[in-house]
Write a protein that binds this ligand. Structure first.
Ligand code: FUC
Length: 812
């Protein structure tokens, strides 16, 4: 009898456990959903700055190599495709060997305050050779442009109405779904991009047999041939190399596998009739490889054929299982809920519209955070190029700004969330890319600047473009090398992976060497300054009354170079590089002598070495606050006077800006421990944009598919805001881990699991009524850590692989 009772209790407990698990699982289901399709027949603009608004309602999937935008249209489906390496253009030598000889004269003029003359001479001499980046229109120049791969189009030969429409992107499984009823039949479509099977998979089903019929075609706005052969579509072509010849080659397959029904070829389309279910496997590749100076992979077609055959041989259920098993664990590693779980009962576009007035949509913030992680995972997997200005998703031939890699904020911002938001492996794509820039960057350093080391400027591409731009005002951003190198040390700081640090050491060392030769002593102060240099894209009124961009020692350069020198010096100590003594001695000496930014009379952090008036006080770039974020030199605790100067600068810059500018401002406010201001700017980002086309200064926002609007679409804002939200909840740059440093008043309750702190500690936090209620830490590498919450601090000596309760930090 007792035994029976015991058994019953155990059963009840088990049931309860299952129920709790199920409800816990149910709680975390971030998804973008809509009750209307995106219009698949609306036309794209092939080139230019105004993107088809329907494309910005479609939903993205990606596996790092391949991307797709899924429209979910009923009678005409469109799956717009991308292959991450698909670029026009070709390698070119843009380094100007005439530039360096003018440097002494320009520096002299700048030190003498003769800005007008210096600006003129810099503009004439310190630019690249040739067409450069094509001024953001490089599709037909050697610089090239990231382009759409093309479109898989479905014509269902129907015009009839439909009901109960539902479209969803499940961020945990990475599956885009569309479901609707038409003529009494329920149709379901699923689309995902599989990393393990290197393919995009589309699956169509209906709840009645033999109900699916359509014509399938594959095209591209230009330079393509499609043939329907052997029950598959094959599209191939060659892009423009920018010098009147043939550049990159590409090939893509679309292979339908039918359950029931039949398939025949009509011209260059496949006509599928009366199928019960269809799986379409899409694979694609180019003849590109990331390797200076040839960038060619001749073997790509054989490899692609192999990948395609393997995927086609697998059943849909297997492909789906492979994908979900790969994708979901990454998504579930780090989850965020704000104010009692996630309420996703409202379509994403309505949430966005509601937020214009409520400015309080916790579900939207948590969704946006999960989406940022989703987009990074989908656009940055091992072996692929890093996420570009549009991640991997671009539907044009001339993509805005060539869909390239801007290194004066944008590509760096793409990778801000990688470590803290627990997607560290995604960061490695940037490492590979940085390493690939060293060789061409050495050429630029030597030829353009007559220095050692390697040097890049504000814009680069897949062809190793490292020269300055074609206008010095924006193109002479010599701080770019130091800034991008921050990512190498940051990956180490979070992972403690010494092998990695050893691998990137030569990159750091050679970057320092460039600055050793580039920096000059300002006779007035005896300090080392960078110049001639721009503070990214900002202008000032010089002391001689002229409007200028170029000066000696702009704060941004001084800060990023400091960051590089400090990190390299720390790396040498960590790696115990005794043989590098003469290098590290020079490094120390340069570090000590580097000019530091000053505070102006009006209390702001100075953007330039002199107190110039800026032409546009609300300029979108906030480069001189690098030291606050993503740099660590300005500290809320250790340098409060600099923190408050940064705050003054931020207030003057205002609360508007492009999408990425807003994202950066959220992170600044987080570092200043001002959660409410951070939330205010997040709300400015989470509303539909004010402009359709490009707008440099304002109108940053979010489209219906929650892509960031610069405008136009630019993915950096998604990533920057994701990192900034993490920074509101956890910071670890001060030498200790701080829990909930910038929690907004409106985020009363919440839970964030699996954020990462420097030293490789996983952090789990719960709060209620604005108070920490539960927290623990998993030490992945062991070691001592200090954890702070409000005015309490504890020190833990941790063992690798063990969990530690942080209950002592909770206020009783
Ligand atoms: C920088 C910014 C622009 C834009 C471009 C891609 O030049 O100043 O706003 O984001 O990158």
């Amino acid at each position: 009898m007792v035994k029976e009772k015991f058994k019953k209790t155990i059963c009840l407990l088990l049931l309860l456990q299952i129920f709790c698990d199920a409800s816990a699982q149910k709680k975390y289901q971030p998804e973008l959903w809509y009750n209307e399709p995106a219009n698949a027949v609306a036309k794209d603009n092939k080139d230019g700055w105004s993107v088809n608004p329907e494309w910005l309602k479609a939903l993205p999937v990606g596996n790092g190599y391949l991307g797709a935008m899924v429209f979910g249209d009923v009678n005409h489906e469109r799956i717009q495709l991308n292959e991450k390496s698909l670029w026009s253009g070709s390698p070119a030598d843009n380094d100007n060997s005439d530039a360096a000889k003018y440097l002494p004269e320009i520096r002299k003029l700048l030190f003498e305050g003769k800005y007008k003359e210096a600006t003129k001479l810099t503009a004439e001499t310190q630019i690249c050779k040739g067409a450069g980046t094509g001024n953001g229109n490089g599709a037909k120049a050697t610089f090239g442009c990231y382009q759409t791969l093309g479109d898989l189009r479905f014509d269902f030969h129907k015009n009839s109405t439909y009901k109960n429409y539902y479209r969803q992107l499940d961020l945990v499984t990475g599956i885009a779904l569309a479901r609707f009823q038409q003529n009494g039949i329920t149709y379901t479509r699923e689309v995902f991009a599989s990393y393990p099977d290197k393919a995009i998979i589309i699956h169509l089903t209906a709840n009645k047999p033999n109900a699916i019929s359509f014509a399938l075609s594959l095209d591209r706005p230009e330079r393509f041939t499609t043939v329907a052969e052997n029950n598959r579509l094959v599209m191939s072509g060659t892009l423009d190399n920018g010098i009147g010849g043939n550049g990159m080659k590409y090939k893509t397959y679309a292979v339908p596998v039918l359950t029931g029904g039949s398939m025949k070829t009509i011209n260059n389309t496949l006509e599928i009739s009366n199928a019960t279910a269809i799986t379409i496997i899409i694979t694609a590749a180019t003849n590109y490889r990331l390797h200076y100076p040839d960038y060619i992979n001749n073997n790509f077609e054989t490899a692609l054929e192999g990948v395609t055959k393997k995927a086609v041989a697998k059943k849909y259920a297997v492909l789906k299982q492979n994908h979900v098993r790969d994708f979901s664990p990454h998504m579930l590693r780090n989850t965020l809920q704000i104010n009692n779980g996630i309420n996703y009962n409202i379509p994403a576009n309505r949430l966005l519209e509601r937020n214009i007035t409520t400015k309080n949509e916790p579900a939207l913030y948590a969704l946006y955070y999960a989406y940022g992680r989703y987009l990074l995972l989908s656009s940055s997997r091992k072996g692929s190029l890093p996420a570009n200005l549009q991640g991997i998703w671009a539907n044009q031939i001339q993509t805005p700004w060539n869909g390239d890699y801007h290194t004066d904020i944008n590509v760096q911002m793409n990778y801000w969330p990688a470590e803290v938001a627990n997607l560290s492996e995604c960061h490695l794509q940037l490492t590979d890319f940085i390493q690939s820039l060293v060789q061409p960057g050495k050429h630029t350093a030597q030829i353009q600047h007559n220095t050692g080391g390697w040097s890049i400027h504000p814009v680069t591409n897949v062809w190793g473009y490292t020269a300055p731009g074609e206008e010095a005002s924006w193109g002479l951003h010599v701080g770019a090398t130091a800034w991008i190198c921050q990512h190498l040390f940051t990956h180490y700081a979070f992972t403690k992976d010494e092998n990695y640090l050893r691998r990137v050491w030569p990159v750091l060392k050679e970057a320092c060497r460039f600055y050793f030769d580039w920096l000059v002593t300002d006779a007035a102060t005896g300090k080392l300054v960078s110049g001639p240099a721009a503070s990214p894209e900002n202008s000032f009124i010089a002391s001689d009354g002229s409007e200028a961009q170029i000066s000696m020692g702009p704060s941004h350069d001084q800060e990023v170079i400091y960051d590089l020198f400090k990190n390299t010096s720390d790396a040498a100590t960590i790696l115990q590089l005794t043989t590098e003594k003469s290098f590290t001695d020079t490094l120390q000496q340069k570090l000590q002598n580097l000019a530091r930014p000053a505070i102006a009379k009006d209390g702001r952090l100075m953007e330039w070495a002199e107190e110039f008036k800026e032409v546009d006080p609300h300029h979108r770039h906030v480069s001189h606050l690098f030291a606050l974020y993503p740099g660590n030199e300005i500290s809320f605790y250790k340098t409060p006077e600099y923190a408050s100067a940064a705050k003054q600068s931020l207030i003057t810059r205002g609360d508007g800006g492009t999408g990425w500018s807003l994202a950066w401002k959220i992170a600044f406010w987080a570092r200043l421990h001002e959660g409410d201001s951070a939330l205010m700017i997040l709300n400015n980002l989470l509303h539909p944009p004010l402009h359709d086309a490009a707008s440099y200064n304002d109108g940053g926002g979010s489209y219906y598919n929650l892509f960031d609007a610069c405008p136009p679409f630019q993915i950096d804002g998604n990533f920057g805001a994701t990192a900034a939200i993490a920074e509101m909840l956890l910071q670890s740059h001060e030498g200790f881990i701080e829990l909930l440093p910038a929690l907004p008043a409106k985020w009363k309750d919440g839970e964030v699991n699996g954020l990462v702190a420097r030293g490789d500690f996983l952090i789990y936090i719960q709060w209620k009524n604005h108070q920490l209620t539960n927290a623990k830490l998993l030490s992945k590498k062991g070691g001592i850590c200090i954890v702070k919450y409000r005015d309490k601090k504890i020190s833990l000596s941790t063992k690798q692989g063990q969990y530690y309760s942080l209950a002592q930090l909770i206020n009783k």
